[in-house]
Design a protein around this ligand. Structure first.
Ligand SMILES: Cc1ncc(COP(=O)(O)O)c(C=O)c1O
Length: 322
């Protein structure tokens, strides 16, 4: 069994328990993504996975979450708790997460290594490197060789994480020890977090709905080595549409967060007359996300930005760590 790097990228907010030889795969997919992204779900089923909307009644932790939050649309934190429970209770199964954890970032560093090799080949030095941030794996992978140079004082880059305004872990979260999952069965991690029971509003289309952020990226952000911005989803889809019309590539909603900020930074250059090389991560195709595009085109998409009071109520429930 190999770690399913980019399970986030593939299924958008899912967590898996796999039998040791990789023949049987039980996927817990965030309920709202299961409904909004039926085609991603069907791809996984085509390859033999069973896909359950999370939280579900099939696990103890799922039933507990549903009792506490009836009708919840779920979060990656809930899906993690359920997949861990299944892996623990089924001999030969292992739990696999596709984001957040250090080994996933390490695996995804191939993205950054290939990007750097391509840029070096053409003698291009990026000024700004931008990536969308859910749990932080694609961004962590993309920036890894560049951040290495920055930390060693060999080169300097502006590095920007882009997150949804509806799930702003970096920009409005706190740097604290928190559970990696909603059911509180996983170990604590020190990270930027909104609180492990934070669940983004159901109108949020796309992934990037994790309550926390990769511990490595959290440390780098806290130490001032990178920046973060949050963007509302309608502006993200505007950027996606513009990108599709100019480039002929239909981007995933998640990737379009990075596109939004890449366009914004390019527009700033246009105003100031500066020339900058802007690199961003295009993490996935949007062809599985046409229901979200449909909503946007029909003017049925809106933005939900949590209030300070809402965020404070989740923060108040963070574990007390001495
Ligand atoms: C297409 C796509 N890109 C990026 C991400 C973000 O995940 P991460 O921050 O772990 O790279 C996701 C997950 O939600 C995704 O589905």
């Amino acid at each position: 069994m190999t770690t399913e790097t980019g399970a986030g990228q593939w299924g958008t907010a899912l967590s898996m328990a796999c039998s040791y030889f990789g023949l049987d795969c039980k996927v817990f997919m965030v309920k709202v993504s299961y409904e909004q992204k039926p085609f991603r779900r069907e791809v996984m089923r085509t390859y033999g996975a069973s896909v359950t909307p999370s939280p579900s009644m099939t696990t103890e932790v799922g039933r507990k979450i549903l009792a506490e939050h009836p009708g919840t649309t779920g979060s990656l934190g809930c899906a993690i708790s359920e997949a861990v429970e299944v892996a623990v209770n089924n001999p030969g199964y292992r739990y696999v997460l596709g984001s957040v954890l250090n080994q996933v970032l390490l695996h995804q560093s191939v993205i950054g290594l290939e990007t750097k090799a391509a840029l070096d080949k053409y003698g291009i030095k990026p000024d700004i490197i931008i990536g969308c941030a859910g749990g932080g794996s694609n961004l962590g992978g993309l920036i890894s060789p560049f951040m290495g140079q920055k930390l060693r004082g060999e080169a300097d880059y502006r590095i920007i994480a882009v997150e949804p305004a509806s799930c702003p872990s970096f920009t409005r979260g706190v740097y604290a020890y928190d559970f990696c999952d909603t059911g509180m069965v996983c170990p604590l991690a020190k990270m930027y977090t909104l609180g492990s029971d934070f669940i983004p509003a159901p109108n949020h289309a796309g992934g990037l709905r994790y309550h926390g952020m990769s511990p490595v990226l959290s440390q780098l952000y806290d130490d001032g080595y990178m920046e973060a911005v949050s963007v509302p989803q309608t502006s993200v889809f505007e950027a996606a549409e513009e990108f599709a019309r100019v480039e002929g590539i239909l981007p995933a909603p998640e990737s379009s967060h990075a596109i939004r900020v890449a366009i914004d930074e390019a527009l700033k250059c246009k105003q100031t007359g500066e020339e900058k090389n802007i690199v961003f991560g295009l993490t996935g195709t949007g062809y599985f996300d046409m229901l979200a595009y449909e909503k946007f085109h029909d003017g049925k998409m809106d933005d939900y930005i949590p209030t300070d009071e809402e965020l404070a109520s989740f923060r108040a429930r963070l574990p007390k760590v001495n």
